[in-house]
Design a binder for this molecule. Sequence first.
Ligand SMILES: N[C@@H](CCC(=O)N[C@@H](CS)C(=O)NCC(=O)O)C(=O)O
Length: 215
Amino acid sequence: MKLYWSPRSPFVRKVMVAAYETGTADAIERIPVVIISTQPNDALLAHNPLGQIPTLVTDDGEAVYDSAAICHYLDVVLGMGRLHPAAPRARLAAERRHALGDGLSALLLNWLSERSRRQADQSAMRIAAAGKKLPYIFRALEAEMTGTDPTAFDIGHVALASALGYLDFRFARDWNWRDRHPALAAWWQAVQERPSMRATAHYDELAASAQRQER
Ligand SMILES: N[C@@H](CCC(=O)N[C@@H](CS)C(=O)NCC(=O)O)C(=O)O
């Protein structure tokens, strides 16, 4: 199967973490894509009308999107369903964590895109609105991780880890959350050691190639 992929996307990372956790990573051929929000990618649109990554194309030619559906496909259709608990309450808790992680990733992507615009075009109100939500999100995350089984790792944990990884990748200098959220910080420290997290670390291939050209 083929995955339209970028090393800079938190949603792609979530899918790749799920792939390593479910033992399906070796069956995935990664197709690198550079996403430019103002220029939808034609090759991607041929499979996904939303023009977004991650998009998976199965060996039968079926397109699967978005990241939640791809994780479900890898884990429940191809795998043993270990990331998607079957018990209703456990599943509900996992899906809420999943939503929180994906919501944080989306907020960070919007924030980065707003911040990347020319100063005169930036909306101070949008940036302030994102800033207002962050403490609420981190309070919820701290509550999630307080008194929890530190070894549990379901699809919600995959999404949370992907969002925190993206925060470290793009906003490490802007938002020091660790001191005020010790349970979350301890969880995050431990989770980064998982082989699935180590195998999927973000990098900016565009910045690296621009630096090489300058030399
Ligand atoms: N809900 C989607 C969000 C994916 C997403 O936002 N992908 C970004 C890159 S990280 C993208 O492709 N943006 C291009 C666009 O929206 O046109 C998912 O979970 O897969």
